[in-house]
Every structure is written in C-alpha cells, then in structure tokens.
Write a protein that binds this ligand. Structure first.
Ligand SMILES: Nc1ncnc2c1ncn2[C@@H]1O[C@H](COP(=O)(O)OP(=O)(O)O)[C@@H](O)[C@H]1O
Ligand SMILES: [Mg+2]
Length: 312
C-alpha cells in the first residue's frame, strides 16, 4: 500500500483562504495515511467520510489495533492540534464541558487577602474549562479524541448528544452560551466492552478496525522495525498467528503485543531456530509473556504442546 504524506495546511490556506476543515464548499482536505501509521483503504475512506459528513468518527476494534494512534496520526497529517480526553469508569460528561470549583472559591473567600477579595466575587475565576470547551474555543479547528468511551457508564454518551450535535453548551453559573468557533474533528474510540445507545450511534460515522491480515501486519511491523531480517519476521509472524488462532484463548494477542515481542526477540538476540517449530509441531515460543497475558492462556498453550508431543 502506498503511504503518502498529506498536503500542508499552509499551502491550502494560501490557495483557498480558509482552513480546509472549516468549509465544505472548498475541496475538503483528505487523510491519505502517514509515514508512521499503516491505514488500509477502507480506514482512510472512513476518516474522510467523517470529515465530509462533519460527524464524529466512531472507531471500534480489539485493543491494540491502532485506534488511539489513528486520531494522533490524522491530527498530525492534517496539521491540527489534538485534544485528548481519556475516559475512565468515573468520568462524567460534564467534566468535558466545565466544572465549577466551589472548594477553591470557598478557600479564597476565607483568605480575604487574595486580590483584596476581588477574585472571589467573579465566578468566572472558578470555572474550569473541559476539553470540549477548549476544542470549541480554539483559534483553529482542532481534532478531539474521546478515547475508550465504553469505559464510562451508559449515560455518558447520551449526555454528550446535544453538545456533539449542536456544537454548543450552556454554562449555568455564568449564563453564557459556549458555541464552537470551528467544528472539531471528533474521534471516538471503543473497545466494545459496552453497547452504545442508538441515538448516539446515529450521530457518528462508524468504522470497525478489523484485525490486520498478514500482509497489512507486515507493513505495520516494517514501519516500526525497518530492516528486520525476513526469516525472523516470517517465523515470528507464523508463531504469532498460531498463538492468536488457538481456540479458547481469553485474550488474543494483538498488534501491539506482536510489536513488543519482536522488540524483545531482537534485543535478546533470540536465534531463528528457537522460533521455528520442528516437524510442524507447536512449541512454546520464547518470551511468551509478551504475547499471552494471563496464566490460563499460557497453560492452555502448554497443554497443547504437551498433547502434541505425546501424540507422536
Ligand atoms: N496501523 C498501524 N500502523 C502502525 N502502528 C500500529 C498500527 N496499529 C497498531 N499499531 C501499534 O500498536 C500500538 C497500539 O496502538 P493503539 O492505538 O494504542 O491501539 P488501541 O487504541 O486500538 O488499543 C501503537 O502504539 C502502534 O505502535
Ligand atoms: Mg487506545
């Protein structure tokens, strides 16, 4: 696959007089992959569809398939600053808009000498702006990553519907309406731990990152380890897909695990023979801890090896 570098935003502004993401009347800027990130044709299409529709791109896929990195790479390729919001189980939608810091205000009111008491009088001083506020009021269009939305409770996506649709929200404490100066390019990722509400899905463009096939995986490895010995790569990839295809694994190793493992194989100078299974029998690969992350999976693998040896 061809990996092209995007046209610079500066050239674009010179030609069309506006940031490419701001206006649909001008030809919108397209994501064409990046030198650090292997994007398949359908992934690039999805990114560009979300740009055209001006809808958030919802990216699902197994952990480690490059969802977070996609947002970073698209932002970089389109020369947009990236604001990141990493969601936890306790994250509330309101935190992305703003929070009123009542505790600091109370403390300042007790310490009368802070600004002669002036600071306390103005409630604006105690409004802490969230990522959405920052994205809405930035000087230029930005990319906004809402990472792992499925970690939050079920209400979280619904609570953001209006803000994402209308690109505005109201600050009750100061009676201000915050409207987006530029519509941010929104990426939302999910590891599929929870279903997302239909009303939320309707507003997104959806893309599922399929687990890379062997060809794509070779390109990804090449980005990270250019010049890796071909024989080592072939043997390691075979072992990797063998492990991955083992039925009954609790957690299949993914791209990032393969990359970690290759790094170790190179660093430890593991000989090729250690990876090549004899007479087509599976063996426990060296440094298997980089691939399998729980004891049940490791013992499942060992059991298989044991059974194969005794069936000879
Ligand atoms: N398409 C890809 N091109 C290059 N590297 C990739 C790709 N997909 C995954 N990786 C590698 O795997 C790592 C994990 O990706 P990440 O974006 O954190 O996955 P996710 O967010 O889906 O869990 C990245 O840091 C990168 O090194
Ligand atoms: Mg991620």
């Amino acid at each position: 696959m061809k990996v092209l570098k995007s046209k610079s935003t500066f050239d674009y502004i010179q030609r069309f007089g506006a940031h490419p993401f701001d206006s649909l009347s001008n030809p919108p800027m397209k994501f064409q992959g990046s030198p650090n990130y292997v994007a398949t044709q359908d992934l690039m299409l999805a990114v560009n569809a979300a740009i055209t529709l001006k809808r958030p791109l919802l990216v699902k896929g197994e952990p480690g398939t490059g969802k977070t990195m996609l947002a970073e790479e698209v932002a970089q390729a389109l020369e947009m600053p990236l604001l990141q919001w990493h969601i936890k189980s306790t994250t509330k939608a309101q935190q992305g808009l703003y929070e009123y810091d009542a505790v600091s205000r109370l403390r300042d009111s007790q310490l009368a000498d802070v600004d002669g008491g002036e600071r306390v009088k103005d409630i604006h001083n105690y409004i802490v702006r969230g990522v959405l506020w920052q994205a809405f009021t930035a000087d230029q269009p930005v990319a906004l990553l809402i990472d792992e939305i499925d970690k939050a409770d079920i209400e979280f996506p619904n609570d953001l519907l209006r803000e994402i649709d209308r690109m505005e929200f109201y600050v009750y404490e100061t009676r201000e309406l915050i409207k987006a100066r530029h519509r941010p390019l929104v990426f939302i990722t999910s590891n599929n731990e929870k279903e997302l509400p239909d009303a939320f899905l309707r507003r997104c463009f959806f893309h599922y990152i399929k687990f890379p096939d062997a060809d794509t995986m070779k390109q990804i490895v090449d980005v990270h380890f250019p010049g890796l010995k071909k024989e080592l790569l072939t043997a390691a990839m075979k072992t990797f897909y063998d492990v991955r295809n083992l039925p009954g694994l609790k957690k299949k190793p993914s791209t990032s695990e393969l990359l970690d493992w290759l790094k170790l194989l190179v660093a430890e100078d593991i000989p090729l023979e250690a990876l090549q299974s004899k007479e087509d029998k599976v063996a426990v690969p060296p440094l298997v801890g980089a691939l399998l992350k729980n004891d049940q999976d490791v013992s499942l693998f060992e059991k298989l090896v044991f059974m194969q040896r005794h069936n000879r």
